[in-house]
Write a protein that binds this ligand. Structure first.
Ligand code: GLY
Length: 332
């Protein structure tokens, strides 16, 4: 049984307090630490226990679901990925190979587009990132509930809280549930090396590591609050959608289900993240709302937020991600 969250925290000598130890919070913690900034990370649960490790791990720069305004940020992050993974490998001793290098995007007119898009295994990435953070000596407090009133007034705070609202702070994100299953690949698909994706489903094969020879089939998009239950009818529907792309996946004997789970994407009203100061000039920052692309956007988010915190000029126009686009949503 996990301990109940502590409500008292002490930021000690930390210059920046990061609330949330998902992939975004931990990536930023590492970036700030390497810039010589003392960081403390608070996590109300355990690190990486929610969307970060529920994700499929596609670095889906070209997904037609993505809003157009996301493209420059997505491209920057995908570009940072190889060096970022190599660096985490060096710090953690855990290699994180790209699982796939190509995505086949099925279009409604019957055409199939080929994208040079990669994928990673988020649980492997999470384990390596967490080990890197721990090896770096970054202070990470688990089962520690954040209360805005307990933080020193001048404290720089970053809310990397995913689908959750930190204390009385209201962030315009809602949980968007995604159910997903992992199946054993039948012998006829043992050489599957690409992500297969349509408007309604994606199939992500695992090539390396403990999940090799299996594939993820995802995902639903539901407004179900914080419910993370899975349902046979929904999983069957995902499987039948996948079978429209790769028919053998319809066969539950040939491609048995190994596991199923659901994660909670942090969704904003316009599906773009929230990156920047909560209000102009504030030392309270948002790094959330990554919706379907938290894994992809982690390295760029870390660099851009660290630049903002250090008052460096932004290398990318962050206006589309400003909190100011939802003025009425904030209240504390
Ligand atoms: N990243 C894909 C999804 O959210 O389902």
């Amino acid at each position: 049984m996990s301990p109940s969250p502590q409500s008292i925290f002490n930021t000690g000598t930390a210059e920046v307090l990061i609330v949330g130890a998902g992939i975004i919070g931990l990536s930023l913690a590492l970036e700030l630490h390497e810039r010589g900034i003392r960081v403390q990370v608070l996590e109300r649960d355990t690190p990486l226990s929610h969307a970060s490790t529920a994700a499929a791990g596609m670095l889906a720069v070209n997904d037609p679901h993505n809003p157009a305004a996301l493209l420059p940020l997505s491209q920057l992050s995908a570009q940072l990925y190889p060096r970022w993974l190599a660096h985490i490998h060096q710090l953690s001793g855990i290699a994180i190979p790209f699982q796939t290098e190509t995505t086949l995007q099925y279009q409604s007119d019957g055409n199939i587009l080929h994208f040079s898009e990669r994928s990673v295994e988020p649980r492997q990435l999470g384990a390596a990132l967490l080990a890197a953070v721990r090896n770096a000596g970054i202070e990470l407090r688990e089962h520690c509930e954040f209360h805005p009133s307990a933080a020193p007034t001048a404290q720089t705070i970053v809310y990397a809280t995913g689908a959750w609202q930190p204390g009385s702070i209201k962030i315009p994100v809602v949980p968007r549930k995604g159910q997903m299953l992992r199946v054993q690949l039948p012998p006829s698909l043992k050489d599957l090396r690409e992500v297969h994706r349509s408007d309604e489903v994606y199939i992500v094969p695992r090539i390396y590591g403990p999940q090799a020879g299996t594939a993820l089939i995802g995902a639903t998009i539901e407004d179900a609050g914080f419910d993370t239950s899975t349902h046979t009818t929904d999983l069957r529907q995902l499987r039948s959608r996948a079978a429209r792309l790769l028919p053998v996946l319809a066969d539950e004997t040939a491609a048995p289900m190994l596991e199923a789970w659901a994660g909670l994407r942090p969704g904003t009203p316009d599906h773009l993240p929230l990156l920047g100061a909560m209000t102009p000039g504030s030392r309270h920052f948002l790094a959330t709302g990554h919706y379907r692309n938290g894994i992809l956007l982690a390295p760029a988010t870390a660099v851009l937020l660290a630049d903002l915190i250090q008052d460096k000029p932004a290398t990318l126009d962050l206006t589309p991600f400003s909190a100011a686009r939802f003025p009425a949503s904030f209240a504390s």
